[in-house]
Design a protein around this ligand. Structure first.
Ligand code: UDP
Ligand code: MG
Length: 304
């Protein structure tokens, strides 16, 4: 079980207590548990709280980063550092209910490679956040071949085979929601109502989410790059029509000078579109640049 934590000192123990409510179930199913907390460079006492648990229970483990690398890096580190035949990813804030685990495990027995979860409501979330999230998923459906489910959580149970497939994707710009879809495998979806955070605050600001969504688009679609070509062709056609129009008007009315205002509008529009397209190119170039550097996805400070 992999639990990424960033400044979650209040949640670490609470999560453990809640998870251990399933302990008799784990025993009954002969499941040997390995609980790995990934401390994503927390500035608070998260690591200390985990160490307290390690003293009590030798099934608990810790990987601490040298700084905050983000949840994607934390999940990747988790996947690299667990040994289990089955792996679960879970948030520490109890928004991913551990009470769902028995159902997930029983689904796995029906022959699925993965059991994923999605929230069917976004109750308790700021409406504008939900609005943009919906737009994001709708857009992705149109521009990407990779399947991404609206409301999908990272809360997921997987076989070792699927974990190895995910680990084989060594890209630096990681967008796990897309990676899960990309690797395929038979996935069963469980649905539940949104649950609000038990303690602490969300680590995702609107801005962080926006940047993350651009990451998702560039990582799993190249359609925006096509946009520049399409717009280029459209504007060429438009320009051709305009040229004909201007020549004919000159021949009939003999007035080539008027139309200053319309010309400024056209120049501004085309200038805008050009910057927009260059921007898109820039996004892909920046991602390629980061990939080419081959920097490590995370750095470990401590491992217990
Ligand atoms: N998290 C992390 N690194 C980060 C941000 C978040 O490991 O840079 C962890 C966080 O501790 C939590 C999970 O990712 O366990 C989900 O974060 P959060 O609850 O803040 O996101 P939300 O549920 O609001 O989308
Ligand atoms: Mg949360």
């Amino acid at each position: 079980m992999i639990v990424p934590c960033y400044n979650e000192e209040e949640s670490v123990e609470l999560f453990y207590t809640e998870l251990m409510k399933n302990d008799s179930f784990f025993h009954g199913e002969n499941i040997e548990l390995e609980l790995l907390y990934v401390d994503d460079g927390s500035g608070d006492r998260t690591a200390e709280e985990v160490k307290k648990l390690i003293k009590k229970d030798n099934r608990v483990h810790l990987v601490s980063f040298s700084r905050n690398f983000g949840k994607e890096a934390a999940m990747y580190a988790g996947l690299e550092n667990v040994k289990g035949d089955y792996v679960v990813l879970m948030d520490v804030d109890l928004q991913d209910p551990p009470s769902l685990l028995p159902e997930m495990i029983s689904c796995m027995k029906q022959g699925y490679d993965s059991v994923a979860t999605r929230r069917v409501s976004r109750k308790g979330e700021p409406p504008i956040r939900s609005f943009f999230a919906r737009i994001f998923y709708r857009l992705m459906k149109k521009i990407s071949k990779t399947e991404m489910m609206d409301g999908a959580r990272d809360y997921r149970l997987m076989t070792r085979q699927m974990v190895d497939a995910i680990l084989s994707m060594q890209e630096y710009n990681r967008f796990t929601k897309g990676i899960f879809g990309w690797v395929g495998f038979r996935t069963k979806w469980l649905e539940y109502e949104n649950i609000e955070r038990a303690k602490g605050e969300t680590k995702w600001s609107f801005w962080k989410l926006l940047v993350y969504s651009i990451e998702g688009i560039t990582a799993f679609s190249t359609v925006p790059l096509l946009l520049a070509s399409v717009l280029g062709v459209l504007f060429c056609l438009l320009a051709f029509v305009m040229i004909l129009f201007v020549i004919i008007r000159k021949l009939i009315f003999g007035d080539p000078v008027s139309g200053w205002a319309s010309q400024v509008c056209i120049m501004l529009l085309i200038g805008g579109v050009q910057f927009f397209c260059t921007g898109i190119l820039g996004q892909y170039l920046a991602k390629t640049y980061m990939e080419v550097k081959k920097r490590p996805i995370y750095l470990v400070k401590e491992k217990i």
